[in-house]
Write a protein that binds this ligand. Structure first.
Ligand code: ASP
Ligand code: MG
Length: 414
């Protein structure tokens, strides 16, 4: 019996009773003969609570102290879970990120894992213990505590699974798996039995909150067998794996939406070599993350450039532009909120022309205006007015045959 890494999210360890249930599940695996490494998130919404306390003291608290604070959330849950396991008669040990040998970049708030020295974990496993590791945290070479970014416990779990060569990495959450759309918006959304790493990566980046995008990136890179499933039922979840939907007849695997979208238009930029580079470097240097970009030239001398940012980055983007107004030499800046980004994702679109055209036609039939478009090999995204989000997602879900995906999956031998 091999080693399994499991990760339990905040809701799954949200109360003492739920922690007991997690302990019972872990024990079942242990009894079946598996070596167990368990990663947990902070209990319930406790990371948000810590963040609110910090913001009450300082609107922009020191990033170092914030990591010091936020990393405590996971330490509460690892200790409690170990106590529960011990109380039930099992030998267990909790390890912080640094005790587990997780070294990250020296960046606060969104550090990437650089390496894992798993010697301590292996030693504990050899001694027969269940190892419980704090998610979302690590330590830099300078011995500073870092965190991996919100939702980062998934990434801790996948990185540990890769480093320990685990049989699989199971992500336990409050939904039954990866769905064809958000079930709260689309009642007919279906749980996907399988999805490819690439599709999952697009969906995660496009607002399907079920997995931290970097965890999917790591799983793909290190070929970690990833399973997303519910911690409240015994139901089978969704397998995320190599190219599993490529050869099927399914063109679209999921519809994602994201209401965290603002559009900025820089009007009257001089048409010169290096204009775009100056504009976007200035934004990047001020930590503004830009998504869709559209340049429209309306005469030889001037062009307008529109791009989207998250609502959180909007104030910083606007003030950055204002501060650099002179050197960037634009005429004015407009911005628009109340937007959403609706996307279709599917590896099957690579060899299927007309998928974007069909999406536009479906939206037009519902009289939904499209403000911006962006595409990749396996996705098409449209920015639309937010008030039409639910209608757009439902329309596309039906139009691309996702209302009965399980039936299809059988037909195509998934
Ligand atoms: N507790 C952290 C958060 O709320 C990390 C995680 O849950 O994955 O973002
Ligand atoms: Mg999460």
């Amino acid at each position: 019996m091999g080693l399994i890494v499991q990760k339990y999210g905040g809701t799954s360890v949200g109360t003492i009773e739920r922690i007991q249930r997690v302990a019972d599940r872990v024990i079942q695996y242990k009894q079946a003969g598996h070596d167990m490494v368990v990663v947990v998130s902070a209990m319930g919404k406790s990371t948000d609570v810590l963040l609110e306390m910090a913001k009450e003291i300082a609107p922009q608290p020191s990033e170092r102290e914030l990591d010091m604070l936020l990393s405590t959330g996971e330490q509460v849950s690892i200790a409690l879970l170990c106590m529960a396991l011990q109380q039930k008669g099992y030998d267990a040990v909790s390890l912080t990120g640094w005790q587990a040998g997780i070294t990250t970049e020296a960046v606060h708030g969104k550090a990437r894992i650089k390496s894992i020295d798993n010697e301590r974990i292996l030693r504990e496993l050899r001694a027969g213990r269940i190892v419980v590791v704090a998610g979302f945290q690590g330590i830099s070479d300078e011995k500073e505590i870092t965190t991996l970014g919100r939702g980062g416990s998934d990434t801790t779990a996948v990185a540990l699974a890769a480093s320990l060569n685990a049989e699989k990495c199971e992500i336990f959450t409050d939904v039954a798996g990866v769905f064809t759309a958000d079930p709260r918006v689309v009642p007919t959304a279906q749980k996907l039995p399988r999805i490819s790493y690439d599709e999952m990566l697009e969906l995660a980046n496009l607002g399907a909150g079920v997995l931290h995008p970097r965890s999917v990136e790591a799983a793909k890179k290190y070929k970690v067998k990833l399973v997303v499933r519910s911690s409240f039922t015994a139901e089978e979840g969704t397998y995320v794996e190599e190219g599993s939907t490529m050869e099927t007849g399914r063109v679209v695997s999921g519809v994602a939406h994201d209401e965290d979208v603002a559009k900025i238009t820089v009007v009257g930029m001089p048409v010169r070599v290096g204009t775009l580079s100056r504009l976007f470097n200035t934004l990047a240097n001020n930590q503004v993350n830009v998504d869709i970009i559209i340049q429209s030239s309306y005469d030889a001398a001037e062009s307008n450039i529109s791009f989207t940012v998250s609502l959180t980055d909007l104030p910083r983007a606007l003030s950055t532009l204002e501060q650099h107004r002179e050197e960037l030499a634009f005429r004015k800046v407009d911005h628009e909120v109340g937007l959403s980004k609706v996307s279709i994702v599917g590896a099957g679109m690579i060899n299927n022309p007309g998928v974007a055209a069909e999406m536009f036609r479906q939206l037009a039939e519902q009289e939904i205006s499209i403000k911006m478009v962006s595409t990749s090999d396996i996705k098409v995204s449209c920015v639309i007015p937010a008030e039409h989000t639910a209608l757009a997602v439902r329309t596309l879900h039906t139009a691309f045959g996702l209302d009965d995906v399980e039936e299809k999956a059988v037909v195509h031998g998934l």
